[in-house]
Design a protein around this ligand. Structure first.
Ligand code: ZN
Length: 68
């Protein structure tokens, strides 16, 4: 078990619990803090994803230039 892990409600930023459970206000499952940005962080860390994003951006730019 990770020490210092905090569980938060996706809907209520003020709801913070030291262990998994339900939000006292809306009853949603609490998520470990960091889950929301974990995916983004993972994407930024992945070089393949960065290359894919650059390729897509260049493609969109070239497409836009053709239209002009
Ligand atoms: Zn809630």
């Amino acid at each position: 078990m990770a020490e210092g892990e905090v569980y938060i409600c996706p809907m209520h930023r003020n709801v913070r619990e030291a262990q998994a459970g339900k939000c006292a206000e809306c009853g949603m499952d609490l998520l470990p803090e960091g889950t929301r940005f974990g995916m983004l962080r993972h994407m930024v860390k992945s070089p393949l994803m960065l290359i894919a994003m650059v390729v897509v951006m260049i493609g969109v730019m070239m497409f836009a230039m053709k239209l002009l």
